[in-house]
Write a protein that binds this ligand. Structure first.
Ligand SMILES: Cc1cc2nc3c(=O)[nH]c(=O)nc-3n(C[C@H](O)[C@H](O)[C@H](O)COP(=O)(O)O)c2cc1C
Length: 392
């Protein structure tokens, strides 16, 4: 069970699994789990950065969020001690959920923003040159160098970014959010203000009647997502059950604890096939995602005018700032990216969303949609080791 869950909660879960055969681990598969690593030390880096400043900075940057926690960054440290090259790891893509690598670029944008903040906190300036080999539209961005990064010493150290202090506390919170607790317009305004950066726009709503409508449509869209076998399978394959698997991979959606591990042992937690539509696991996955959608106390969406690779990187930069600010205000946040899926069956839901919030898809590109609210904190998701993503 997740840290902090009460004995009663654990007992209830236990009864559920024993009684109905229902596997309550589903939240970890596609919507996020409540059975994460038992303490944050398990998931954060161990080992030294051997005195290389870049490695210290990269450890911070790797705490950035990424789609399905794939951590698609690959860093080349060969060359001068004040520079590095960022590429996307071609082994860490999501062909079904993210066929054009848009979410991969957003994840790399998150990484670059946290790296840049870390450099600044260190008293230096971070120069980032995107797509130095040229941003050819016909070329899949993952084949190119994403960025050249240079650390420039400053005679006058810059003021630290207040959001940087939240890098280790920031989390994606997939719990149900408190139904009785509204998010104020003031907080929404402040969050939107933070996310309106790098040329990206942020909008949102906390007005209860509109929130309710969006919650309802997000829950419907989730049911549609759950009928997309390819998407379900892709997520299942990235689920890591139990300490051994989490430790071996240190990525993906981590699910640990006695119950899910037992479920996996008894074959109730398949990752090589889609569970039957009426299986306990599938029903629970559907219910978990619906509950997440239905308990949102507000929604924020990021959008851009245009959809270039550089803009997708900028979305990531804006998004991680938004999430860090949410952490600062004690607001729980979870992206709900399935509504932005390219799958044809999702398009009616997307259109409904546009109509409800007055979004003009002919003028703007919707890039991120997140739910917000209040919830108990969650523990940190695993991260790969430094040596797993650097080349030196
Ligand atoms: C582009 C992008 C899309 C994401 N989409 C989802 C999503 O649809 N559902 C979800 O629960 N989390 C989503 N996340 C959050 C990641 O799953 C999360 O960052 C990752 O698991 C690491 O966990 P952490 O944010 O707590 O460090 C997304 C993150 C990014 C950067």
């Amino acid at each position: 069970m997740k840290n902090g869950d009460s004995f009663q909660q654990q007992r209830r879960a236990c009864i559920r699994i024993i009684g109905g055969g229902a596997v309550i681990v589903s939240a970890g598969l596609l919507t996020g789990c409540h059975f994460e690593a038992e303490n944050d030390e398990q998931v954060h880096f161990k080992g030294e950065a051997d005195g290389d400043l870049r490695k210290h900075l990269l450890k911070k940057a790797a705490l950035a969020p990424s789609s399905h926690n794939l951590q698609p960054w690959l860093i080349d440290l060969r060359g001068s001690k004040d520079s590095m090259t960022l590429r996307a790891d071609p082994e860490r893509l999501l062909p079904v959920a993210d066929p054009y690598a848009r979410e991969t670029l957003i994840s790399l944008g998150c990484f670059l923003e946290v790296l840049s903040m870390a450099v600044q906190a260190n008293g230096n300036q971070c120069e980032i040159i995107l797509f130095p080999d040229g941003d050819e539209p016909q070329l899949m961005p993952i084949a190119s160098v994403i960025a050249w990064i240079r650390i420039i010493p400053l005679s006058q150290p810059p003021l630290p970014d207040p959001l940087f202090s939240m890098v280790e506390q920031r989390r994606t919170n997939r719990r149900p959010y408190e139904l009785q607790r509204a998010v104020s317009e003031d907080i929404l305004r402040a969050l939107r203000g933070v996310a309106n950066t790098h040329g990206i726009h942020a909008a949102g709503c906390v007005e209860p009647s509109l929130v309710k409508k969006i919650n309802h449509l997000a829950a419907n869209a989730w049911r549609t997502e759950m009928s997309n076998n390819d998407a379900v399978l892709e997520s299942l394959r990235l689920t890591r059950v139990g300490r051994k698997e989490i430790e071996a991979h240190r990525d993906g959606i981590a699910v640990s604890g006695f119950l899910p591990e037992m479920a996996a042992i008894f074959g109730l937690f398949p990752r090589d096939r889609v569970p039957e539509p009426d299986s306990a696991l599938m029903l629970d996955m559907i219910a978990t995602g619906e509950e997440q959608a239905q308990t949102a106390a507000g929604w924020i969406w990021l959008y851009s005018q245009g959809n270039s690779y550089a803009q997708q990187i900028a979305v990531g930069r804006a998004f991680v700032r938004l999430q860090l600010a949410a952490a600062l205000y004690g607001i729980a946040m979870q992206p709900m990216s399935y509504l932005l899926s390219e799958a044809p069956q999702m398009q009616p839901h997307r259109k409904e969303f546009y109509a409800k919030v007055g979004f003009d898809p002919n003028q703007y590109h919707l890039q991120m949609l997140v739910r917000i609210g209040y919830a108990a904190s969650v523990s940190a998701a695993p991260r790969r080791r430094l040596n797993d993503f650097i080349q030196e």
